[in-house]
Design a protein around this ligand. Structure first.
Ligand code: BJW
Length: 228
């Protein structure tokens, strides 16, 4: 059975990573317009670099939780029949042992060159304008997808969502498109749909089943039901 799991910030919340919309529109003290738009980056690149440099460094302080681990175990059981599509830019799925992960909104541990398009693995700061390893220019930015930019791997994700038998969304508010539209796409393609979230999302009504609670409990329970 083909399964697609869409994850959002809620799956990493119990690891200590801040979610986006649970704090009055402020994101670790910043307005989203300032740190998650190309216009904000053009206005104040230093602020944006400081914000993402701090979050990249913060990855060393957090660990995968039982929800990430359960999805890695599910991949062990289902192999290529499982695809995790994450909106998260952290690396907690990979550190839990998942390999079949698509980061549709990019990755903190990569940079992207604005000139040549290279996407090198990047664990250092970007504030001090290091040269791009591919073209040598000091034109690296965080490899994250900001509002108004096109997410990664949309063709691959569309094919997986329209071809799956079960679509599960974990810890995502359903506020940001195109990810928020995947439940409707999966349902119209004949998949069963399940939402696992601490509370109702903006798209809960489109799911066949909604389970409410913390991801670190709900995901291992659901995986155990599925694979025994
Ligand atoms: C727990 C929990 C626990 C907590 N256990 N659960 C008008 C209408 C429709 C669309 C648009 C529109 N105007 C503009 C648009 C498009 C726009 C958009 O959707 N805007 C909305 C605000 C309306 N989208 C875009 O611009 C996207 N690009 C695009 O559309 O390109 C055009 C195109 C598309 C397709 C084809 C061709 C062209 C790009 C969106 C980029 C989003 N980027 C960010 C920043 C990434 C970098 C970074 O991290 O810094 O991605 S924004 C932010 O939101 C981040 C997240 O990935 C994303 C989603 O957030 P998520 O994961 O859902 O987190 P939260 O905080 O919102 O929710 C947490 C949830 O967890 C809650 O539900 C809690 O209950 C739950 N929870 N604790 C379980 N312990």
């Amino acid at each position: 059975m083909r399964v697609v799991v869409l994850t959002g910030a809620g799956i990493s919340a119990e690891s200590g990573v801040a979610t986006f919309r649970d704090s009055d529109g402020l994101w670790e003290g910043h307005d989203v317009e300032d740190v998650a738009t190309p216009e904000g980056f053009a206005r104040d690149p230093e602020l944006v670099h400081r914000f993402y440099d701090a979050r990249r460094r913060g990855l060393a302080l957090v660990e995968p939780n039982p929800a990430h681990q359960a999805l890695a175990a599910l991949e062990d059981a289902l192999g290529e029949d499982l695809l995790v599509v994450t909106q998260n830019v952290d690396d907690l799925h990979e550190r839990a042992g998942s390999h079949r992960v698509v980061h549709m909104h990019g990755e903190l541990r990569r940079a992207r060159c604005e000139v040549c398009g290279a996407r090198p693995v990047w664990d250092a700061d970007l504030l001090d304008a290091p040269p791009c390893p591919a073209c040598g220019r000091a034109t690296l930015r965080p490899d994250v997808v900001w509002f108004g930019e096109v997410p990664y791997e949309l063709g691959l994700i569309d094919r997986a969502v329209t071809g799956c038998a079960l679509f599960v969304a974990v810890g995502t508010s359903g506020a940001v498109y195109p990810a928020a539209g995947y439940v409707a796409l999966a349902a119209s393609s004949g998949a069963r749909t399940l939402e696992l979230n601490l509370g109702p999302s903006a798209v809960s009504r489109y799911f066949d089943e909604v389970r409410t609670g913390p991801a670190a409990q709900l995901v291992p329970q659901w995986v155990a039901e599925l694979v025994g």
